[in-house]
Design a protein around this ligand. Structure first.
Ligand code: ADP
Ligand code: MG
Length: 212
């Protein structure tokens, strides 16, 4: 279901042009529910089914928080699988097209470390990855999060199912406490509320029911 236009949001003219070029003419329901609050810098828990446009909801927020001239990792998106991390990376790059030279790096398990270490030496603005591998880089010192302003937990329900809760906790403990945290999920099991209570500050919960 489509709702309001993106130009009701406090987005830059370049971002609005880019959205139009991508054919994103109107916000999806979850974008319309989450973005006005997320773009104020507040923590948001967003629940909506797969395919509802959750990626752009957090990607536009982390891009709004990003200073492209500061070449340091300012956003981290944790995803359950490599496939999902690759999809998120693609979408973030498409949405970042209106800014110059925003570097997005993907850090997933099952991929040789060597290439990731070499890539990280060149720096990044945004990291997308799976919790275990991101933690591995933090522990090795190949990734630092001191400049981070936005932490995203994508597909949080699946990350819980896959047993990533401890790794997520360790990663979050290395993020600056003053930050924006966004949690996206298709379902809302009890574990999500616990996760949110641990890592988020007075989050707004928005939920879009499946359309029948
Ligand atoms: P989810 O994470 O909720 O499963 P995605 O973020 O992967 O969903 O989005 C599903 C598809 O919808 C993607 O192909 C994405 O490019 C597209 N999409 C997202 N937002 C919009 C929009 N506002 N207008 C048109 N297409 C959109
Ligand atoms: Mg998604």
């Amino acid at each position: 279901m489509l709702s309001a236009s993106f130009d009701t949001l406090p987005l830059s003219p370049a971002t609005l042009d880019n959205l139009q070029r991508l054919g994103y003419l109107q916000m999806t329901a979850i974008q319309a529910a989450a973005l006005p609050t997320a773009l104020l810098g507040k923590d948001v828990i967003a629940q909506a089914k797969t395919g509802s446009g959750k990626t752009a909801a957090f990607a536009l927020t982390l891009l709004a928080n990003l200073n492209p001239r500061r070449f340091a990792v300012q956003s981290l998106v944790l995803c359950p699988t490599r496939e999902l991390a690759d999809q998120v990376t693609t979408e973030v790059r498409r949405l970042a097209r209106s800014e110059d030279n925003i570097k997005v790096v993907t850090l997933c398990g099952g991929v040789p470390l060597r290439g990731q270490l070499a890539t990280l030496e060149h720096g990044a603005h945004i990291v997308v990855g799976t919790p275990g591998r991101v933690l591995d880089h933090l522990e090795r010192g190949s990734l630092g999060l001191a400049a981070l302003n936005t932490l995203v937990l994508d597909e949080a329900d699946r990350m819980l199912d896959m047993g990533f809760v401890d790794d997520i906790g360790k990663v979050a403990s290395q993020c600056p406490p003053v930050r924006q945290t966004l949690l996206f999920s298709a379902t809302y099991p009890e574990g999500i509320a616990k996760l949110a209570a641990q890592f988020m500050r007075e989050p707004l919960t928005v939920k879009v029911e499946a359309q029948h």
